[in-house]
Design a protein around this ligand. Structure first.
Ligand code: LLP
Length: 427
């Protein structure tokens, strides 16, 4: 259910008119709905519970990269979420937000020694390792700290996720994971290293998947490998199936999380019953977009309406540095006027002030607009603020969390002077 809805006097986030937020905090501003975040997280957690899997049997590790604001992490942590991180910085965020480091898994192809040390010192649940050199490095770092690192190998099941090429990660020519045919050998190496404990297997084939068929195909391949490992005496304690289901930006109809998890658990349970006397294996998920994507919008104000030779432009005060997705993936985001006008709608490209032709947020949209109107760029909660930059020395947007009638500023707008505060001029 969406918590961004029109009432008579305009578009609301829960019980708060978005126009009031724009007035109070200025624009561009990201606005998140606590109710949406909660519901979206519980879609995973409740489905796990419905299949008899408590915290031991399943762990939802929210993918911090999709939205890493401390308030978001704190809320999800309180709901019982673990965290999928890809940098030492993200681990420090989880800690600052009060998250449980015992529920942290560390993904990513390029972990530095320093990041490994930090994660080991906080006793994270597991490292998702992506290569043999990384295994050796982790073993060395763990040895130097007199520790044993729990590892899971990210295998590349060579399954086509049928999503945008930039966010597809499970094919042979992607930089991610260990090639399926090398996996067995890599596990042998991992098992031979004294400061590593092999605990799981992991795969992630891509993001914004609408159908669960590729995910279940990847699961089958992971199961096949787990059996081969069992035959070699390597028993896994968990299976990590990667990111979550895609979301509706426009007309997409993603499979329901509950249906996907139902099919997934049915396969896993059948496999365990047939081969392992019903002995459970814990399952982990790393969803990001499906938890935060539709829980957030980006508020922006129209600066100018510009009527070009072939196109009409609505120049707004948000730009590609605030929301990269359109420029980077030609991603489609809905645009809703906070106040609906009766005037005649025209077709506009909604563009930002940044000096790049690629700086657009939406193209060819029918909108009835006047200068100073406020707009909401929809479905902006995931990979919005986390991918924002300071290009053109633009301070990053403010972030606000709405909970019923209450509004909390959860990140101040960046001040331009802060943007060059770390710089210096040689004397
Ligand atoms: N786990 C791993 C290892 C990942 O690489 C990702 C996303 C996730 C989990 C979370 O996937 P999700 O549940 O959000 O689909 N910036 C792009 C998306 C990049 C996704 C990268 N990996 C976008 O804006 O569409």
């Amino acid at each position: 259910m969406s918590h961004f809805n029109y009432r008579e006097d305009g578009l609301y986030a829960e019980n708060v008119p978005l126009a009031n937020i724009a007035r109070q905090f200025g624009t561009p501003t990201y606005v998140y709905s606590r109710a949406s975040l909660t519901e979206n997280f519980l879609a995973y957690a409740d489905a796990c519970r419905a299949h008899g899997r408590g915290e031991q049997g399943a762990l939802v590790c929210y993918s911090v990269k999709s939205n890493s604001n401390l308030a978001v992490l704190n809320l999800l942590g309180k709901l019982g979420s673990g965290f999928d991180i890809v940098s030492g910085g993200e681990l420090l965020r989880v800690i600052a937000a009060g998250g449980d480091t015992g529920k942290v898994i560390f993904s990513g192809v390029g972990k530095s020694r320093e990041e490994m040390r930090l994660a080991l010192s906080h006793n994270i649940r597991c490292f998702n390792v992506e290569s043999i050199p990384e295994l050796h490095r982790l073993n060395e770092v763990a040895a130097s700290m007199h520790k044993v690192a729990r590892v899971s190998l990210r295998v590349n099941p060579d399954v086509d996720a049928k999503t945008h090429p930039y966010i597809s990660t499970g094919l042979k020519d992607n930089k991610f994971g260990i090639a399926f045919e090398d996996a067995l050998n890599t596990y042998r190496v991992a098992a031979s290293l004294p400061h590593l404990e092999v605990t799981g297997i992991d795969c992630h084939i891509g993001s914004q998947l609408l159908d669960d068929a590729p995910l279940l195909e990847a699961l089958d391949k992971v199961i096949e490998l787990a059996d081969q490992l069992h035959a070699e005496g390597i028993d896994l304690h968990h299976l990590d199936i990667g990111g979550g289901i895609g979301i509706t930006y426009d007309q997409e109809q993603p499979v329901a999380v509950a249906d996907y998890l139902s099919r997934l658990f049915a396969r896993i349970d059948r496999w365990r019953k047939e081969k392992y006397q019903g002995r459970q294996i814990s399952v982990m998920f790393e969803p990001g977009r499906s938890i935060v994507g539709n829980a957030g919008v980006l508020l922006t104000e129209v600066q100018y309406l510009k009527h070009g030779a072939t196109k009409n432009f609505a120049v707004v005060d948000a730009a590609m540095n605030d929301l990269m997705r359109p420029a980077m993936y030609e991603a489609w985001h809905g645009v809703q006027a906070l106040q609906r006008r009766d005037a005649e709608a025209k077709t506009y490209d909604v563009v930002g002030p940044v000096c790049e032709s690629g700086d657009w947020l939406a193209r060819d949209r029918k909108l009835a607009l006047e200068a100073d109107d406020l707009l909401a760029i929809m479905s902006a909660g995931a990979y919005g603020m986390t991918m924002a930059s300071n290009y053109n020395t633009r301070g990053r947007a403010a972030e606000v969390l709405v909970d019923g009638d209450s509004v909390t500023l959860i990140r101040q707008r960046e001040n331009p002077a802060d943007l060059f505060a770390l710089e210096s001029i040689p004397s």
